[in-house]
Design a protein around this ligand. Structure first.
Ligand code: URP
Ligand code: ZN
Ligand code: ZN
Ligand code: ZN
Length: 524
């Protein structure tokens, strides 16, 4: 296959501006960007030309939050690092950030190496790993430092939920956040009050509520909002940058928006699910339909939630998007047939996120194409210190690129509309999301039936066309682990400013009346 690509005549969209330009790709990186890069005599041999006229040329999506083949709740998520990353590419996502999660008492470094040994031979797109802090000790503290210095990790997730399994308490979070600050990492939290959830679940089961609706009823919005505010308060006390994963409710999003207005360095990550569907499914009469929506924090029954979160994402109250892709088939979900607390938590999205956010964000008129790139790629690259290698189409950046159809049209009855690009026919039609046609392993799709007008046509991963016209050309292990350095400039500039402006100094006071002041003690 030719090692050089010329993407011709498309509209190149970055987070800050768009321009019609050709993109020359060589050896996996963007070599040149400009008008009319094609020599007048035509393409030299070894140069493949992709005509992107009328289409958008976007930085590949970065999914900030996935759990491929995650051993969790007595099961293991069904999309592994192979199928999950292939599905990502089909949806226009060229990088995922997954989570290495040690057991309580277990080594963080061992967990990290275990996840790498699973992912490295299987991944079809580039990836990085966040590491979870599920308990606290001097060993954990030391391992965090080693992970940052030697292993390319700069983000650590703390669970405030999953009592007994992963939950950490305030003092442990305080210690972990302090260490994050010290070593130049960003703290991430799963913000839900684990004690209240455990009590709520007992109450629901005692009332005879054993179905999936109990999952939401035992952990309402306030449980998420309270933990969000608590995490922000603790992070603020040590002036550590904080990233709230999977923002699911209006209440939690408002807490984040307020904190940002106060100048706190906090970021919120809504997910494809919370931006486009709601918790009314938990009341579905079909058990498996309801169970397939079970994730934590839950989707919210308030049907105005997705629009609300999308508005906040559009105006920078929320910053990035992930999916929390953590999929379980119906038979796995059935572990909780008689008790909702045993339903493995997690939903799909790694393939769907880009089109779903285009549909609900851009097609609906809430955000423009530049904000779309910011929230699906660039902001994640900046926060997790991958920028500008990832998250931007610029000379020298990795050629992780998606040719995007922003206005796919409904194909005509009896035939599929194609448009012609040299030596390639691309199917050009609206995508209706369905488990019948998606590339994710899971046998259900929470976005089933959603019509999407923004569609990836060609996905390029480090300079290689890996997906086009519904066909993959990628091999397990083609993706690479991308190490991340500490102290992302994007956030640490602000943390340093706050260190200066927020550090109090003691007040010089006159002695109490009658207080004996010994000159000596003052002088020493
Ligand atoms: O339900 C969820 N979110 N499953 C994955 C684990 C987590 O909490 O992110
Ligand atoms: Zn979580
Ligand atoms: Zn439903
Ligand atoms: Zn997760």
């Amino acid at each position: 296959a030719p090692s050089r690509l010329l993407i011709r005549g498309g509209r190149v969209v970055n987070d800050d501006f768009s321009e019609v330009a050709d993109v020359l790709v060589e050896d996996g990186v963007v070599r040149a960007l400009g008008r009319d890069l094609l020599p007048p005599r035509g393409p030299p041999s070894g140069l493949r030309v992709l005509d992107a006229a009328g289409k958008l040329v976007l930085p590949g999506g970065i999914d900030t939050h996935t759990h491929m083949q995650f051993p969790f709740m007595g099961s293991q998520s069904i999309d592994d690092f192979h199928q999950g990353t292939k599905a990502a590419l089909a949806g226009g996502t060229t990088m995922i950030l997954d989570f290495a999660v040690p057991q309580k008492g277990g080594s963080l470094i061992e967990a990290f190496e275990t996840w790498r040994s699973w992912a490295d031979p299987k991944v079809c797109c580039d990836y990085s790993l966040h590491v979870a802090v599920t308990w606290w000790s001097d060993q954990v503290k030391e391992e965090m430092k080693i992970l940052v210095h030697d292993k390319g990790v700069n983000s650590f997730k703390m669970f405030m939920a999953y009592k007994d399994l992963y939950m950490v308490r305030d003092l442990e979070m305080y210690a972990a956040f302090s260490q994050c600050k010290e070593i130049g990492a960003i703290a991430q939290v799963h913000a839900e009050n684990g004690d209240l959830i455990a009590e709520g679940a007992k109450k629901m089961l005692a009332l005879g509520i054993t179905g999936p609706e109990g999952h939401e009823l035992c952990r309402p919005e306030a449980v998420e909002a309270e933990a969000t505010l608590r995490a922000i308060t603790i992070a603020s006390a040590v002036n550590c940058p904080l990233y709230i994963v999977h923002v699911m409710s209006k209440s939690a999003a408002k807490v984040i928006a307020d904190a940002r207005r106060d100048g706190k360095v906090v970021y919120g990550e809504p997910i494809a699910a919370s931006l486009s569907t709601d918790g009314t499914h938990y009341w579905s009469k079909e058990w498996h339909h309801a169970a397939h929506h079970v994730m934590s924090p839950p989707l919210r029954p308030d049907p105005s939630t997705p629009d609300f979160l999308m508005n906040l994402l559009a105006n920078d109250d929320l910053t990035t998007t992930g999916t929390d892709h953590c999929t379980f088939n119906t038979c796995q979900k059935a572990l909780g047939k008689d008790d909702f607390t045993k339903i493995p938590n997690g939903v799909n999205g790694v393939e769907d996120r880009m089109s779903v956010i285009w549909e609900k964000g851009v097609h609906s008129g809430k955000m423009d194409e530049n904000r779309f790139v910011a929230v699906t790629s660039t902001n994640a690259a900046k926060i997790f210190n991958l920028y500008p290698r990832k998250g931007r189409i610029a000379v020298g950046s990795d050629a992780d690129i998606v040719i995007w159809d922003p206005k796919a049209t409904r194909f005509k009855k009896g035939g599929i509309r194609h448009f012609q690009i040299p030596r390639l026919q691309i199917v050009n039609h609206i995508v209706t999301i369905s488990a019948k046609t998606h590339h994710q392993a899971v046998n259900f799709n929470i976005f089933e039936g959603m019509v999407c007008h923004g569609v990836p046509l060609v996905t390029i991963s480090r300079g290689k066309v890996v997906y086009e016209a519904g066909v993959f050309s990628v091999t397990a292990g083609d993706g690479k682990f991308i190490p991340r350095k500490p102290f992302a400039e994007y956030i640490y500039k602000r943390i340093k400013q706050r260190d200066q402006t927020c550090t109090p100094t003691p007040v010089e006071r006159a002695p109490y009346k009658g207080e004996v002041t010994t000159q000596k003690s003052r002088v020493t």
